[in-house]
Design a protein around this ligand. Structure first.
Ligand SMILES: *Cc1c(COP(=O)(O)O)cnc(C)c1O
Length: 609
């Protein structure tokens, strides 16, 4: 990996110590995998490419965006995940809003590179052979991040084990624990078989926590896990960092003691029990990761606080999530950035200077994004929406805490508002996990109400099968992004960040990232905190009726300023490049944040004569 610009700067005799960041080759010697230290990034789901159904939602998109930023920044990082041959699922919604699911199979052998090593992990006393498919994520300057997708579909495996890497978040708890054994244990072994020697293991959420076991085995040099001491655990901690994403205890993966002993085997389970990873008799993946990591973080300032309350015995920092700017900016907006801020992809902070882009160019680019979105709505549903009408977007996993129906708390008021102000169009999308009946009920309710309320001033459409491409179209093409989670359940949230990059302000509950991103009337609007839903819904309506729609329809100059400041203030910060720089400084290499001594000063030409 090279940083030609920085090297060129150094050669030209600029003061290297003034650079915001030291030359990254100091972090990473530019050697092959076995020589230089790499960061190993583990995630149960990674959104690698739009045509690979290997993710379900925010966690996977964040993982993919992290790798895309790492590729842009030239970091030696390798990622591990599962192949998920059957994908997450394809969502179908009938006229009444009833969701049905279809597998979304894909075939790694058709497009990916087969790696040679096969590693073995014993699960439930059976040896399970695991191979890896490699794909690559390329950065702006050509740097490559390899991603290894683990696959148990091998002939030598017991038939039930061949399907372990098929379904993302499918099956029951047994299936999940086996998958986590493949991800963590086989994944770490696979990296070593591929000749990597990671200096940092990053667990993106607790699913990957079992990677700490092979790292410990390595520290023990062949002595059994039962010989582990506080000291060897300390050595493992020296290599591991953990990002927690879940602000509620019930969201953390837990397994019964019986499951743990049966599936992982006595030696592993008893080690985990001995070192405090069982809570209330349950094996808790979050406690494994907390116990074995030297650095832990939540994914927004507020989520850091919530996590510290949940786990008071641990030091937990916060690094706010971001999105990959190049990925989530619509084509027309990219063209504007390319013209005015030519290095925005290499240096996302440059987006701060969007404040100097002529507003009409942003408005025109957004109009193109909106038209592209409305064309897709027409093609998919037959509904013709109008480009001049205020359009609101709400799309995310249909988990109940996201409260997709808060907007419909008082349907008549919503209709009156649309009629009085000049019209409103609402676009919804989102999948409910197949086992999440309350989530599915939310989708049905939104669709029922859409059918009832639809009239000339208010048009509502629920788009099927929310995924990457639709996410990009929606966040880029609507006029306002709405987010109504129940506090404090939204650890971060990222789709409002995608919207911000496109000049789309948010109206949101003050939770997750919005606490940091919100400047009233400048980057969007906050729904007032209330302990009850009617109070929050009332604030939502008041903002639409009194501020947002009047601005949109009757004060375009101010609306344009808001669009531009949304990009400049939030696009420049809530991106994965800034996020990864924080991981480098605080999580991966805190010790190395020493700026190299400035090069000898270049003699000034003497003026004294
Ligand atoms: C960005 C994205 C998400 C995550 O959205 P949140 O706002 O973090 O809930 C989920 N699904 C898709 C398809 C996305 O593009």
């Amino acid at each position: 990996m090279s940083y030609p610009e920085e090297q060129a700067l150094g050669q030209a005799g600029e003061n290297v110590s003034e650079m915001r960041f030291i030359n990254r080759s100091q972090y990473f010697p530019p050697h092959g995998p076995s020589e230089g230290g790499i960061v190993a990034y583990f995630s149960m789901e990674i959104a690698i490419a739009p045509d690979m159904p290997t993710y379900s939602g925010g966690l996977g998109v964040l993982a993919g965006d992290t790798l895309r930023a790492a590729a842009d920044m030239g970091l030696p990082l390798a990622a591990v995940t599962l192949a998920h041959r059957k994908g997450y699922f394809r969502q179908h919604l009938d006229a009444n809003g009833v969701q049905t699911e279809e597998p979304e199979p894909w075939y790694p052998e058709n497009t990916l590179i087969a790696e040679e090593p096969v590693v073995t992990v014993s699960i439930e006393d059976r040896p399970v052979a695991v191979r890896a498919w490699r794909t690559e994520i390329e950065g702006v300057a050509g740097h490559i991040i390899p991603v290894y997708l683990l696959d148990t579909d091998l002939e030598q495996n017991d038939p039930q084990d061949r399907t372990l890497t098929d379904y993302l978040y499918g099956g029951g708890a047994d299936y999940r624990l086996r998958q986590e054994a493949v991800l963590g244990i086989a994944g770490a072994r696979m990296l070593r078989a591929l000749d990597y020697d990671p200096v940092v293991y990053h667990m993106n959420e607790g699913h990957a926590a079992l990677l700490t076991l092979p790292v410990l085995e390595q520290e023990l040099h062949g002595a059994g896990l039962h010989t582990a001491t506080e000291e060897t655990i300390q050595a493992v901690r020296g290599k591991c960092v953990f990002t927690t994403h879940t602000p509620v205890p019930a969201g953390h993966d837990r397994f019964s003691g019986e499951q743990a002993y049966r599936i992982l085997g006595h030696e592993r389970a008893s080690l985990l029990e001995r070192f405090g990873c069982f809570h209330d008799g349950l094996l808790n993946m979050t406690y494994i990761a907390l116990r074995f990591s030297r650095y832990v973080n939540g994914v927004a300032m507020q989520h850091g606080k919530v996590s510290r309350q949940m786990f008071p015995d641990y030091r937990i920092d916060a690094i706010t999530n971001g999105v990959h700017a190049g990925t989530w900016t619509a084509p027309a907006v990219r063209a504007v950035f390319d013209k005015h801020l030519p290095r925005w992809r290499q240096d996302n902070v440059t987006l701060r200077y969007a404040i100097d882009i002529p507003e009409n160019e942003i408005v025109e680019a957004h109009a193109a994004s909106k038209q592209a979105l409305l064309d897709v709505v027409k093609a998919r549903t037959g509904v013709e929406m109008r480009p001049e009408v205020f359009t609101l977007g709400f799309a995310r996993r249909a988990a109940t805490y996201k409260r997709a129906d808060l907007l419909f708390t008082d349907p008549e008021r919503l209709v009156r508002c649309a009629e009085k102000q000049g019209g409103m169009q609402i676009l919804y999308a989102g999948k409910a996990h197949p086992a999440d009946e309350p989530g599915k009920a939310k989708i049905r309710r939104v669709i029922e109400l859409s059918n009832e309320l639809r009239q000339s001033a208010l048009s509502i459409v629920y788009l099927e099968n929310y995924e990457w491409d639709l996410g990009a179209l929606l966040t880029g093409g609507v006029d306002l992004w709405l987010n109504t989670p129940r506090r404090p359940y939204e650890a971060s949230g990222t789709s409002g960040m995608k919207a911000a990059l496109n000049g789309v302000p948010s109206l949101s509950i003050l939770d997750g990232w919005w606490i940091e991103g919100w400047i009233e009337g400048v980057t969007g609007w906050a729904i007032d905190d209330h302990d009850d839903e009617p109070g929050e819904a009332n604030s939502l309506y008041e903002h639409l009726e009194q501020t947002i729609l009047p601005l949109f329809y009757r004060d375009q100059p101010q609306w344009r300023r808001i669009m531009r400041s949304t990009i400049a203030l939030n696009g420049s910060f809530f991106n994965t490049q800034r996020m990864l720089e924080q991981y480098l400084i605080n999580a991966y290499f805190p010790e190395q944040r020493v700026v190299k001594a400035a090069p000898a000063p270049i003699p000034e030409p003497s003026l004294a004569h």
